[in-house]
Design a protein around this ligand. Structure first.
Ligand SMILES: Cc1ncc(COP(=O)(O)O)c(C=O)c1O
Length: 382
């Protein structure tokens, strides 16, 4: 005899779209009725190579058939190749593979505390870094941080992109400072190249480790491999996840040789991190980004949106490459209007900013559909 549970089997987290998805292809997803949706949300900035890219699917299938899993207890050629490939792509020296963005940030922050012996972290107003305890310590989102206020590590919080505030801050007891090079959830906020360079110089002067959270900005999305190349600043530690393996769960903590040389075996570890399936997906992802010109496509698509949305109810296009914000006084109504025209876009913490984080191979057809729908948007008069 079965007793009905008062709770759904799947614990609710986000409010989902009002239709289940069953298939994806390139820049579109399909619901259970066969309806196609242009995907400018990318499963939350994950689907860098588009949905079910044939080269990624082939690499995953081949790896699954030969060796589905072995932990770091064994050396795996596919893991070594993935490490070579991602460090070269990111311009860093060594990588530790894990499984998610929060895990990559948690380990980056933990290393900063370990290597400096300092007890305080630093981050920026509006920053979002994940839901584990160190990641929460540096995240500026009171609704998820406040219940744990007593358990969090002290964090110095500075305004993002503010040169004067940076110059005035005291970093002498700060272990590490973490920054999203483009603050995504905060509403696609950017800072100047000059500010990033000042941040690097300040960290050098104080012995504070600079951590770039490139979980959204990396993997070609800004038109360069990572934001580090875009701004010409090399951090000590860099985290990646989301687009890293085209949707196979994977996180990476990339670091300089100076950091890596100070770690000893056992400082970091993970059972599933660097599993062969994720490594095969990473290799295929970097190949597709490079061989199909996806970074150039990100830059071209952004330029087209900037130009062709002029004169619409979108008053400003924020961000770089395909991490974009559309500012509109009518953002919520615009999001609804786009959904009714089979276009998926994201919201943000700023009620006047919608986010676009589509596959990097977003097509001209998808861009035209979005531009046309935005120009057709007329807000209701109150
Ligand atoms: C900038 C940034 N950092 C960290 C995270 C956490 O990543 P994950 O959800 O994989 O733990 C996210 C997730 O949205 C993010 O956008």
């Amino acid at each position: 005899m079965s007793t009905a549970s008062p709770m759904p089997a799947l614990l609710p987290t986000y409010a989902p779209y009002p239709f289940p998805l069953v298939r994806g292809e390139g820049d579109r997803v399909f619901d259970d009725g066969g309806q196609a949706w242009w995907d400018f949300y990318g499963g939350h900035c994950v689907c860098a190579t588009g949905h079910s890219h044939p080269a990624v699917v082939k690499a995953i299938a081949a790896q699954a058939a030969s060796l589905l899993f072995y932990s770091a207890a064994a050396a795996l050629p596919v893991r070594d190749a993935a490490a070579e490939r991602i460090t070269a792509f990111a311009g860093m020296d060594s990588v530790f593979f894990c499984n998610s963005g929060a895990e990559a940030n948690e380990n980056a922050l933990k290393l900063a505390l370990l290597l400096t012996g300092r007890k305080r972290l630093a981050a920026f107003e509006g920053g979002w870094h994940g839901r584990t305890l160190l990641a929460l310590s540096v995240t500026d989102d009171p609704k998820i941080t406040e219940p744990f206020a007593d358990q969090l590590v002290p964090c110095l919080r500075l305004p993002f992109g503010d040169l004067a505030a940076l110059a005035a801050a005291d970093f002498s007891d700060v272990a590490g400072i973490i920054v999203e090079p483009i603050q995504s959830m905060a509403g696609i906020k950017t800072a100047s190249r000059e500010w990033f360079q000042a941040l690097r110089a300040k960290c050098d002067a104080s012995g504070t480790l600079l951590i770039f959270d490139e979980i959204q900005t990396g993997m070609g999305r800004m038109g360069t491999p990572f934001a580090a190349q875009f701004y010409g600043v090399r951090p000590d530690l860099m985290t990646s996840a989301k687009g890293l393996a085209s949707g196979v769960p994977m996180g990476a903590l990339l670091m300089t040789a100076a950091v890596a040389s100070r770690l000893k075996g056992g400082d970091l570890g993970s059972t599933f991190g660097g599993g062969p399936l994720a490594c095969a997906a990473l290799l295929a992802t970097v190949d597709v980004i490079a061989t199909e010109g996806l970074m150039a496509n990100a830059t071209t698509a952004a330029a087209r949106l900037r130009k062709e949305l002029t004169g619409s109810m979108v008053t400003e296009v924020l961000g770089e490459g395909l991490l974009l914000g559309l500012r509109s006084a009518h953002a919520a109504a615009l999001k609804k209007h786009l959904l009714a025209r089979n276009l998926l876009v994201g919201g943000s913490g700023d009620p006047t900013v919608l986010r676009l984080m589509p596959p990097l191979n977003v097509s001209d057809g998808a861009l035209l559909a979005l531009i046309t729908a935005i120009h057709a948007f007329v807000p209701e008069q109150k």
